[in-house]
Design a protein around this ligand. Sequence first.
Ligand SMILES: NC(=O)C1=CN([C@@H]2O[C@H](COP(=O)(O)OP(=O)(O)OC[C@H]3O[C@@H](n4cnc5c(N)ncnc54)[C@H](O)[C@@H]3O)[C@@H](O)[C@H]2O)C=CC1
Ligand SMILES: O=C(CO)COP(=O)(O)O
Length: 342
Amino acid sequence: MSKSIAVVGAGSWGTALASVCADNGHDVTLWVRSAEIAEQINVKHTNEKYLPNEVLPEAIRACTDLAEVVSGKKYVLLVTPSHAMRAVVSQLASYLEPDVLLIHATKGLEQDTLKRMSEVIAEEVPAEIAERIVVLTGPSHAEEVIRRSPTTVVVSSKSHDAMLAAQDLLMNGAFRVYTNADMIGAEVAGSLKNIIALGAGLSDGLGFGDNAKAALLTRGLAEIGRLGVKMGANPLTFSGLAGVGDLVATCTSKHSRNWRAGYLLGQGKTVEEALAELVMVVEGVRTTSAAKTLAEREGVEMPITRGIYSVLFEGKSVRQVVEELMGRGRTFEMEDIIRYRM
Ligand SMILES: NC(=O)C1=CN([C@@H]2O[C@H](COP(=O)(O)OP(=O)(O)OC[C@H]3O[C@@H](n4cnc5c(N)ncnc54)[C@H](O)[C@@H]3O)[C@@H](O)[C@H]2O)C=CC1
Ligand SMILES: O=C(CO)COP(=O)(O)O
């Protein structure tokens, strides 16, 4: 049955998810900040800034009025960058239906509070809506989803029914949606893989080889899992789509903005120069800072995150960081998950 869906955020990911919803036969209203982009979507059915050369389904209607976009909708997808989530949700909260299903697809932590996106959203909406928030995460580059290239993602929620409703809404022959009840793990894994993607880009930009990249991915996932488990996540989530799946997709893809930013840094650009070259959001930079603080607060060792933080925020050279990482004391590979388990 066709449903009316609001998608909040018309960057590359919001636009691609709007297209998935349209492919599933639903009416989609997409909140766009820029009147120019809204007109382009409505008239030419394109979003040249965020998904150049792609034609969007005609069932997507763009609108710049946030209240109008979410009013009366039973399904709202939140796809803003993490730094904008609280402000945007606080603006739309009073227009939400009491039984609305909120699905967020943002990967990041709130900078000041170190909260996960579902926690941020929950603080801004009524309790009965907050209980049913869903996160959508996993290996899913917008550039491939818009072309209907086979993609698998995972939805997670404290509410079993909400998770199943999100799966029903979004699943189709090119977009396979799994469920996982571990919301903490899904959000931590999806957010923190961007730090490792920056590291993978740095490694490639410096001309390090496949051994270095494999080490980064594997040890990076180990430290993400350590923090996640300390926060209450299920360790198995880190070997699933939200964990290893998204880590591989992001660290090895030409589409990844985080990988590209790292690559430019590895080639000698400053953080400001690298970010200026990428039109789109690079979540990993803010996430590195948040994760470093979170790790200190939780007493969890995250040497790779700490090293990338030094490169991004303390002007340390990558070579020095690599020397420090390689020169650390001897450790037992599998100790961490056991030691940090709650
Ligand atoms: N692009 C992708 O392939 C995927 C992205 N994501 C996540 O989705 C989230 C959104 O990313 P993208 O759509 O890729 O970003 P993007 O860079 O393509 O677009 C950003 C969008 O956010 C809007 N925006 C920027 N600042 C804002 C503010 N202060 N208030 C409201 N809106 C603002 C922009 O107008 C634009 O529509 C991020 O957390 C990202 O990690 C998750 C999976 C895949
Ligand atoms: O999360 C993503 C793919 O799953 C997109 O990663 P980037 O933000 O690095 O492009």
